[in-house]
Every structure is written in structure tokens, then in C-alpha cells.
Ligand binder design. Structure first.
Ligand code: ZN
Ligand code: ZN
Length: 420
């Protein structure tokens, strides 16, 4: 893959310089990789130019060993086209056990993403669901260490031709790719005079917002807008997070590059009403559009979607927790990613363009002193458990959000999608 750096209209830096800055941000901001730490890296083969730079920055930061596992859209498709039926209940458990072992012995985790958002759209949804389920179950030991912030971890993105085509279908391939790169670099704050300082400032702004919400101790949030009238009860001792956070290994990391959200844990039993998605959800290669669900006592009791309804139904059937919420997040409609007007078909970006909720597993970090509690104690506070964690967007410029206090009083938090 090549890209003409001259196509960028937003930066004086060359493509290679921007790529190098993105790699530096991944290591110095995303992970704050510590000298002597191992790094487990996953990436699509397309992202090799970025992986090489990340690896270089990791060793310069003192990494003891960088191990990269590559994925490839074409080989993923080959499985769906040619593998025997029994293949779809299998996953590389040995690999995920190995990743979990690496994390337990102190390794950091970095994911580079850039997959084709509709790679599996044409495949048998039964097989897709079975493969996802098998993978989720096998990945659980490693995922728990990530979700629980036992280690410093981060996700950055790489513009692949297939992803660029999905985002800018009407542009010639090189133009689409250059536009997606511009959007990724801008959202990842690589273009300014000092990207690391820019991230420090951005983290401070997000932390100010979470401090304010943590002081309020709301018992619920109320979302209202077209097709949406949803009360999201917040877990007892819920804790708002946003921007950088401190992992249990003591390292401050930015788990998502980019990030614009502040988020916390809903109460698994106290979500009621109806809600409609405001952006398509790309879930492991399937596009799920116009989701509408109704909650009763925290549980989804009715669901529909205009496309991908069968995949959504199977996702909800993953386990008991898949029908309940594990996250609620607030993002102003004017966030830079939303402002770009681009639909990325990628949760890392789209979730930072709109307020959202996530089905499934809750983050223990989003319960006060959650890392000192046992799983039953976390459940008691209202934190949900599931094999899945899937964010979908419910915010827009037409959504109002109120904070509801313990005494039933209300305070406006967002009006027309902006902080009130
Ligand atoms: Zn989120
Ligand atoms: Zn999430």
C-alpha cells in the first residue's frame, strides 16, 4: 500500500512523519510503556509500516521484548468460505491463555485496528455468531485483565484501503485513504507542535469533567430524544472515568487513542425505557443499523434493527449479561470527531462522536475502589458481567440528558447534545 503525502490538506508534516508521531503517541501516551516491560501487539498485516515504528519506539522506551500477532482480512474470509462446519466453534484458546500469561507477568497490550467494517456482512450469520462466541469465551482470561486494567493497554488505528473505501465510498481509492488518514491523525492529535503536551492538556480537560460528575453522585441519567426515553440507573459507588487512567500496575495509560468520552457503570437492574441508535454499529464485520430496544428492570425485553437484526439477536443471546448494560458514556455532539461529520464504521471513532451505552461487561475501574472488591461484591453494587462489551451510539444534537439525584431532583447535563 502506498499513499501520496501531497494529498493531505491539513498538515505540513509528511505522511511518514505523522505515522512516526502516531507510533510515539501509542508508546508514550497510550501505554506510557515502562523500561523493562514486554509488549504484546496485535495488528492487521496492512499496518506493518506503523507496527515497525511502534516497535522502534517501544525498544527506545526500554521494552524488553515486543511480540506482534498479525491478522489479515483475506485469511479471515478464507475460513468462512472454506472451513468445515466444526471450525466455527473453535478459537485459539492456547494463544489467548498465552496472552493472559504475558499480562500476568507484566506485559503491556497494544492493539492496532483497521479492519474492513463490513468484512463478514455477506457471510452466514450463524457461523459469524458461533465464531464470535467461541472467540469471546477463549479470550475471556486475557480480556478480564484488560477490562480490569490490571495492565496498561491501548488501541490505535491504521487506515487500510478497505476501511477507507467503507468510509468514503465515492472517492477514488488514494483520495479515500488520504482522507481517512487525515481524520485519524487529527483525532489522534498528531499534527500540533507538541502532540504529547496536547494529550496532557486534553486529559486534564476530561479529568475536570469526571471530577465534576463524581462530586454530583447522581443516582440515574435520563436520555430524551427522537425514539429515546431512557432512564439509566447508575451503579452504587459508580465512578466516572475519562482520558488517562491509572492501571493496577501503577502506570497511567490512555486506553483509547482517540478518546473524547467520560463514562461510568450503569446499574444492571435499573435501566428502563426505550432507546434508538443514532449511528450504525459495525460489530465484527457486520453492520447493525437503526437499533431500537426496550429495557425493563435493566434487561432488554424487545429489540429490533433495520439491518443485522439476526446478528444483534444472537449477540443478545450470548449470555444473561449480554441483555444488560455495562457502560454509559457522555460525549458532546461538538466533539472533534463528531465535528468531522465522518461516519467511521468503527467503534473507536464513532463512540467518541456521540454519547453511547454498551451492552455487557462493566469496567471495575468505574466502581469506586472496584479493584478491591470481589466479583459478587461488584455484582451487588450493580456492575454487570458478560462475555461481550459492545458500545453503540445513542447521542445526537437532538438528545437531552438530565442527571437525577437520589432525592429525585433533576439537573440538566446536556441540551441538544452539548454540555449544559
Ligand atoms: Zn465508551
Ligand atoms: Zn465501551
Amino acid at each position: 500500500m502506498t499513499i501520496d503525502p501531497g494529498l493531505s490538506k491539513t498538515s505540513l508534516l509528511s505522511h511518514d512523519e505523522r505515522l512516526d508521531r502516531l507510533a510515539e503517541i501509542a508508546i508514550r501516551v497510550g501505554l506510557q510503556l515502562r523500561a523493562g516491560q514486554e509488549l504484546v501487539l496485535t495488528a492487521p498485516v496492512d499496518a506493518l509500516p506503523l507496527v515497525r515504528r511502534i516497535t522502534e519506539h517501544a525498544y527506545k522506551a526500554g521494552a524488553s521484548l515486543v511480540t506482534t500477532l498479525y491478522s489479515d482480512d483475506e485469511t479471515t474470509l478464507a475460513r468462512f468460505r472454506h472451513a468445515p462446519d466444526e471450525s466455527f466453534d473453535r478459537a485459539s484458546g492456547w494463544l489467548y491463555d498465552g496472552m493472559a500469561a504475558a499480562f500476568r507477568s507484566g506485559a503491556a497490550r497494544l492493539a492496532v485496528i483497521g479492519e474492513d467494517p463490513s468484512l463478514l456482512s455477506g457471510q452466514d450469520s450463524q457461523k459469524v455468531a458461533r465464531a464470535n462466541r467461541a472467540r469471546s469465551a477463549a479470550y475471556k482470561p486475557a480480556l478480564e485483565l484488560i477490562v480490569g486494567f490490571d495492565i496498561n493497554w491501548s488501541i490505535v488505528s491504521y487506515a487500510t484501503p478497505a476501511w477507507a473505501k467503507a468510509v468514503f465510498p465515492d472517492d477514488p481509492a488514494p483520495v479515500a485513504l488520504a482522507r481517512l488518514w487525515d481524520a485519524i491523525f487529527a483525532a489522534s492529535r498528531v499534527d500540533g507542535p507538541d502532540p504529547v503536551a496536547a494529550w496532557k492538556q486534553h486529559n486534564a480537560a476530561l479529568n475536570a469533567r469526571t471530577s465534576l460528575l463524581n462530586d454530583k453522585r447522581f443516582s440515574a441519567l435520563h436520555f430524551q430524544g427522537p425514539g429515546t426515553d431512557l432512564t439509566v440507573g447508575l451503579a452504587d459507588d459508580h465512578w466516572w472515568e475519562g482520558g488517562a487512567s491509572t492501571a493496577k500496575n501503577g502506570i497511567v495509560c490512555n486506553a483509547n487513542i482517540p478518546t473524547e468520552e467520560v463514562f461510568t457503570t450503569p446499574h444492571r437492574l435499573r435501566v428502563d425505557g426505550t432507546v434508538r441508535s443514532t449511528k450504525p454499529l459495525s460489530y465484527q464485520g457486520t453492520l447493525i443499523e437503526d437499533i431500537a430496544v426496550r429495557f425493563e428492570g435493566g434487561r432488554i425485553v424487545e429489540s429490533s434493527a433495520r439491518t443485522g437484526a439476526d446478528v444483534l439477536a444472537k449477540v443478545l443471546a450470548t449470555d444473561e449479561g449480554a441483555r444488560r448494560l455495562g457502560e454509559v458514556a457522555l460525549v458532546p455532539h461538538s466533539s472533534p470527531i463528531s465535528h468531522s461529520g465522518i461516519l467511521f464504521y468503527n467503534t473507536l471513532f464513532d463512540e467518541n462522536a456521540a454519547s453511547h451505552i454498551a451492552l455487557g461487561q462493566a469496567y471495575t475501574k468505574c466502581i469506586r475502589d472496584g479493584d478491591k472488591l470481589t466479583p459478587p461484591q461488584l455484582t451487588e453494587k450493580g456492575a454487570n458481567t458478560s462475555l461481550i462489551h459492545i458500545d453503540w451510539m445513542i447521542g445526537s444534537d437532538q438528545i437531552n440528558v438530565d442527571g437525577i439525584r437520589g432525592d429525585g431532583g433533576r439537573e440538566p447535563l446536556m441540551r441538544g447534545g452539548e454540555w449544559a
